[in-house]
Design a protein around this ligand. Structure first.
Ligand SMILES: [Zn+2]
Length: 505
């Protein structure tokens, strides 16, 4: 009887119960002060991708931190474009291991507006506090912070994504210092311009393709699920944009003298946009959903298990119904979307005047899921605009065209990229998921597709390797904004998570 209970418990507790693993966890317990000191030092170096001098300082600091840990082959990987920030690379070969995992995080951060940070906080002067920062609260020293469960560390990059970098490196240190060999070869890849849109990542991947060979990329970026549970993310949506300008008269007209007679571009644009979606948020553009790769059984199952945070979010955000009341948030992000990012015509409010404007503009955002091609998706929208009776051009209309066509739309296309998805059944991803699950007392969330977009297709395209994302930060981390922070608890937990992946079976 006892044996049965043990067998039932083992898969739940997994490596956390393994004595060697316990030793590594103890190592973290005993070295928290040192690890936190080092993390703070790293956060003190400003890390905006365009700040060349400081980005270089970050890269060099990181190289030294990696060498100090005994990581091999530490180097800076520069893109072929001169002056762009390098990625910091290093590797650890495990005797007998035949598989390799690359751990990715980025050391650059979003630009900062120091005036927006709360009084007493500064993006590059890290501050430890007992919970959410209060301007009248007293900062804690490292010891005091470690004594409290709810402590947070405030600084740019604390959660996005220097926290990721340091939890990966410390996971390796804890294993090494405890004499535990990883089960795989480990490579480290820390990017220096992710927040600038990774404009040179492709160049680095192409130039160093041989060195970057692996079985899987593990991306540490972003927050845990809103429910507070750990999550493994298997995909991201793709993204592209279209700008549509509808033209009426060549000069603004008096709305009294000409109203009811002259065409109104605001009205024309409103009608055009409203023809794109029905009352339930379904996009009416022909074939809009036709090339979507259907969700697999495993993905449908995973979606059902994602904790529903819709009610809490609706009340936090102050609206009653989603566009489609039948779709949950997690279902909705698994479909391609069409959203209006902005509309402009003549002025409103105090600046409004009695005119019929000359044109009206809308910026449209198209998010894509697996199966969609960003250029085809743009073309579907163009075809729809034509089908509504518009003459479509890519430049301002000529006088000739104005005479010839009743409705004219100028369409400007942005570039874009496709979605990326790793199968939930991918054997390697499954092992990673299992390893993450052993570090959590609650079930972890498997997210087939993140609502946001990242150019993760790039790993597939240039290295033929699939990525999965394992975030560690608290969801209320103020990522990309002022007062960015990480809960120390999440940082320690993140180290455990990566230790578990490095020793996965
Ligand atoms: Zn990030």
């Amino acid at each position: 009887m006892k044996k049965t209970i043990l067998l039932l418990l083992l898969p739940l507790l997994g490596s956390a119960q393994n004595p060697a693993y316990k030793q590594a966890s103890n190592y973290i317990q005993q070295h928290k002060e040192m690890m936190l000191e080092e993390f703070i030092q790293f956060l003190e170096i400003p890390n905006i991708a365009t700040d060349k001098i400081n980005i270089q300082r970050n890269a060099e600091w990181l190289m030294a931190a990696m060498k100090k840990r005994g990581i091999g082959d530490v180097m800076l990987m520069y893109p072929t474009t001169k002056g762009a920030p390098p990625a910091v690379y290093g590797e650890v070969r495990t005797p007998g291991a035949t598989e390799t995992v690359i751990f990715y995080a980025h050391y650059d951060g979003q630009p900062v507006d120091t005036t927006k940070w709360a009084l007493g906080l500064h993006p590059f002067k890290p501050v430890l506090v007992p919970g959410i920062y209060q301007t009248d609260g007293k900062p804690l020293n490292i010891r005091e912070a470690l004594a409290q469960e709810t402590s947070r560390l405030y600084a740019r990059g604390a959660s996005d994504d220097k926290g990721g970098v340091m939890s990966i490196l410390n996971a390796y240190t804890a294993l090494k210092e405890s004499g535990i060999a990883p089960s795989v070869n480990i490579k480290f890849f820390f990017e220096g311009e992710e927040e600038a849109g990774s404009p040179h990542l492709q160049e680095i991947l192409e130039s160093y393709a041989n060195k970057l060979e692996s079985n899987m990329w593990v991306i540490c970026d972003g927050p845990l699920h809103q429910s507070g549970r750990k999550q493994v993310v298997f995909g991201v949506r793709g993204d592209t944009h279209i700008e549509v300008t509808v033209f009426a008269s060549k000069r603004p007209l008096h709305s009294g003298h000409y109203g009811n007679w002259a065409p109104n571009p605001g009205m024309q644009l409103a009608k055009l946009l409203s023809s794109m979606k029905d009352d339930k948020g379904k996009v009416l553009i022909k074939d809009f959903y036709s090339d979507v790769t259907p969700l697999t059984a495993a993905e449908k199952e995973a979606l059902k298990k994602i904790p529903n945070v819709d009610e809490a979010l609706k009340s936090e955000l102050g609206f009653r119904y989603p566009e489609n009341p039948d779709l949950s948030l997690s279902d909705a992000v698994n479909l391609p979307s069409l959203n209006i990012n902005g509309i402009q015509s003549a002025n409103v409010g105090k600046l409004s005047s009695n005119v019929i404007p000359t044109k009206a503009i809308a910026s449209i955002d198209l998010r894509l899921v697996a199966g969609n091609d960003w250029q085809k998706q743009q073309q579907k929208v163009i075809n729809h605009i034509k089908a509504q009776g518009f003459f479509v051009t890519d430049k301002e209309p000529t006088d000739e065209e104005r005479k010839q066509y009743a409705k004219i739309a100028m369409v400007e296309l942005s570039s874009g990229y496709n979605a990326q998805k790793t199968s939930l059944d991918h054997p390697f991803a499954k092992r990673i998921t299992k390893a993450v699950a052993t570090t959590s007392s609650t079930p972890i969330v498997l997210t087939p597709t993140l609502g946001g977009s990242l150019p993760l297709f790039i790993f597939e395209k240039y290295l033929n390797t699939k990525p999965v994302t394992v975030p560690i930060a608290n969801h209320d981390n103020n990522q990309h904004a002022e007062n960015e922070n990480i809960k120390l608890k999440n940082f320690w937990n993140g180290i455990e998570t990566f230790m578990s992946i490095m020793t996965m079976q």
